[in-house]
Write a protein that binds this ligand. Structure first.
Ligand SMILES: [Zn+2]
Length: 156
């Protein structure tokens, strides 16, 4: 059984090791009651996958291991405060708590500007740097109508 500090040290060790292995300086651990369920490191450049952040990788590994999409009862230890994508993934996974080492400002200082995306979220879509426009909303609604009345759906 590991303490909180030991679990965070593991996430930090993964982040340092990942730099040596050619990845980004990020590592994450998912645990419950001091037992490690899964780990993840940043594999964006290695996997050619912009979503392969340490937290997302740890969530994918945890869910595959348990055969579930719900990680309620588990906690995530990440070497850096999650970016908006990972924060969203952590909410979707229903993890109970986030422990983080570096802050998003620390990440910005070395060239990983997650705070830029946090700032964008506060803006109206029309005011964001990334242009977006609603299209075919009535046709898109069909899947929602079918979902609403479907009786044998798996809710998440
Ligand atoms: Zn992230």
């Amino acid at each position: 059984m590991f303490t909180k500090e030991e679990l965070m040290r593991k996430a930090i060790a993964l982040s340092i090791e990942n730099v040596k292995n050619g990845g980004g300086p990020f590592g994450a651990v998912i645990a419950k009651d001091g037992e490690i369920l899964s780990t993840g490191t940043n594999r964006v450049t290695h996997n050619c996958d912009p979503t392969a952040h340490a937290e997302v990788m740890a969530i994918r590994n945890a869910c595959e291991k348990l055969g579930t999409f719900d990680l309620s009862g588990y906690e995530i230890y990440t070497s850096c405060e999650p970016c908006p994508m990972c924060l969203g993934a952590i909410y979707w996974a229903h993890l109970d708590k986030i422990y983080y080492g570096n802050t998003k400002t620390d990440a910005k200082d070395i060239g990983f500007d997650d705070s830029f995306i946090y700032d964008e979220i506060d803006l109206k879509p029309a005011d964001r740097k990334l242009s977006s426009q609603q299209l075919l909303s009535e046709e898109a609604m069909e899947a929602f109508r079918q979902w609403e009345v479907k009786e044998d759906k798996t809710e998440y």
